[in-house]
Design a protein around this ligand. Structure first.
Ligand code: BTN
Length: 234
């Protein structure tokens, strides 16, 4: 596995995106990011002690719809080994890993030319979350001890590499694990449509084969699916 380390960089995703030649699985790691990117142009607060890294893969396995879910599954699988209370670790569609009601990891996959850049941020030994204090948690807070950020990054990239080639074959099993351990299971949510949240309540049903979220509205009999959605958990 090849690594490039930075004490500080704007964003490991942006760094890879700007490379003229992208090398598959070269891992860009930063101690700190000055312009960490989250989904929908949000900012990812980055501080030392977190795992902040990105790598790229060629987009050749019909990956588009699956890659974020697959990456979440890999991170979930690795982090679970560090945690005693495994049931509290869950996958939140489309790109987060939660511990109880707090986020421990966010994933940002971006398509660039013939590649997909996979950016992962995990709170490991960092505990300063600023305004996100109520919504975020770090591995150190769960286990009561510090962990090697480098070891966790290596484990994730290695597991990712090993399982990528069987992704399509194993997809149904991966989905089953994701759905059994979904943060949204049994939760009621409200959704944003045309820029507004309506009062209508929905129940999460599952993540489907194409990586879409499947919901059912209270009182309705038909399920509806979205490939991208803003929602709030009630
Ligand atoms: C999200 O939760 O919205 C996704 C957050 C992804 C953050 C990681 S940190 C490493 C990589 N570089 C970035 O700028 N973003 C991703």
């Amino acid at each position: 596995m090849k690594f490039k380390f930075f004490d500080e960089i704007n964003s490991t995703n942006t760094y890879l995106r700007r490379q003229l030649r992208i090398e598959e699985f070269e891992v860009i790691v930063a101690k700190n990011q000055t312009d960490g990117k989250g989904k929908r142009d949000s900012t990812w607060i980055s501080s030392e002690g977190a795992a902040l890294f990105s790598f790229a893969i060629e987009d050749r396995y019909e990956l588009d719809e699956k890659i974020t879910i697959f990456t979440g599954y890999i991170v979930y699988k690795v982090l679970k080994n560090y945690i005693e209370n495994k049931d509290k670790l869950t996958f939140k569609w489309p790109n987060d890993i939660y511990y109880e009601n707090k986020k421990i990891c966010g994933i940002l996959c971006e398509k660039v030319r013939d590649y997909i850049i996979i950016g992962i941020g995990i709170n490991i030994n960092n505990t300063d979350f600023g305004i996100f204090r109520e919504k975020a948690i770090a591995l150190v807070e769960i286990t009561g001890k510090n962990h090697s950020v480098q070891n966790i990054i290596e484990e994730i990239v290695e597991t990712f590499q090993n399982e990528l080639y069987s992704l399509n074959r194993e997809w149904e099993d991966i989905l089953q694990i994701i759905n059994e351990n979904s943060y949204l299971k049994d939760k009621k949510i409200i959704i944003q449509q045309n820029g507004k949240f309506s009062g209508k309540e929905y129940k999460f049903l599952r993540v489907d084969r194409r990586g879409k979220i499947s919901l059912i509205a209270k009182g309705d009999s038909d399920e509806i699916k979205f490939s991208s959605l803003e929602f709030k958990v009630l």
